[in-house]
Design a binder for this molecule. Sequence first.
Ligand SMILES: NC(=O)c1ccc[n+]([C@@H]2O[C@H](COP(=O)([O-])OP(=O)(O)OC[C@H]3O[C@@H](n4cnc5c(N)ncnc54)[C@H](OP(=O)(O)O)[C@@H]3O)[C@@H](O)[C@H]2O)c1
Length: 322
Amino acid sequence: MSKSDKIYVAGHQGMVGSAIVRLLKEQGYENIITRTRNELDLTNQTAVREFFFREKPDQVYLAAAKVGGILANNTYPADFIYQNLMIESNVIHSAFECNTKKLLFLGSSCIYPKITDQPMSEDALLSGYLEPTNEPYAIAKIAGIKICESYNRQYSASHGIDYRSVMPTNLYGPGDNYHPENSHVIPALIRRFHEAKINNEKKVIVWGSGNPKREFLYVDDMASASVHVMNLDKQIYYKSSSKMCSHINVGSGKDISIKDLAYLVKDVIQYIGKVEFDTSKPDGTLRKLLNSTKINTTGWHSRVELREGLEKTYQIFLKIHG
Ligand SMILES: NC(=O)c1ccc[n+]([C@@H]2O[C@H](COP(=O)([O-])OP(=O)(O)OC[C@H]3O[C@@H](n4cnc5c(N)ncnc54)[C@H](OP(=O)(O)O)[C@@H]3O)[C@@H](O)[C@H]2O)c1
């Protein structure tokens, strides 16, 4: 892999895609290509094919996807399954057709069954029913893994392709979505505590009992895992993977209760009011933690501790929304 190789980052304006571009630039990669959605709609097969044949990238990071919270997934299931299947099929097939040897597909931990052993290992895939609220999105993500594997199985020997998949845990950091109804737990808490602080509110109400535990990873760590997996020696990557279970989990390996997280965010924001938990609201799964042993054994470990990541994230939030 040379620093002048042409690298296409799909979804470069998103939270993960922008972190991957930042890291690649820091590492001295000189030939990064990007397109906004207006310039290239990845659900448009003809446009994607023309783009790939014009640019012929050596590597592709596929971080573009239709992403959203529970409400959006529940309201727009057709958009989630259709757009994600189209983006993956178009990008992966066009990459193959124009001889791109290396591609990294970003999935999600929601590919794993709703009820499964914790921490969740890669081989838990397809061992049970999915969480119904985001099943269409998860099915599309599973299809993305299987598209990569199928192209590898059919064409890696003849065409030398090597398409890999990473499954990130819950991510947070610069570029996150702070939409009041459609954001993930960390941006939602940051926004809520920040607003309570500036409005001198006496208390903040957090939905649920606070007992469920979740895992979080700072997005710059996700970018470093992505570049690490993309460039990992083939023998090392496939030492712990099989041809039909080739995806690799990426997590911090640590989980935290929503209650402890809420108090941590409160502390980082320096909000002095009270925190109350509304136990009439649903809790969801009690624990969701990825088993990241596989990626850890290849030499990658997360670096940014949760408190440090939250502090950095809040500083960036203040610059944009403060
Ligand atoms: N965020 C998390 O906690 C998390 C956790 C696990 C996995 N992931 C995965 O990581 C990947 C990136 O997520 P993210 O959080 O960075 O999402 P994001 O911030 O929403 O970024 C997604 C990007 O994809 C682009 N995109 C969507 N549809 C497109 C289309 N039809 N054509 C061209 N571009 C399109 C979006 O463009 P616009 O800017 O125009 O909308 C956006 O830039 C996704 O595959 C997601 O499943 C994320």
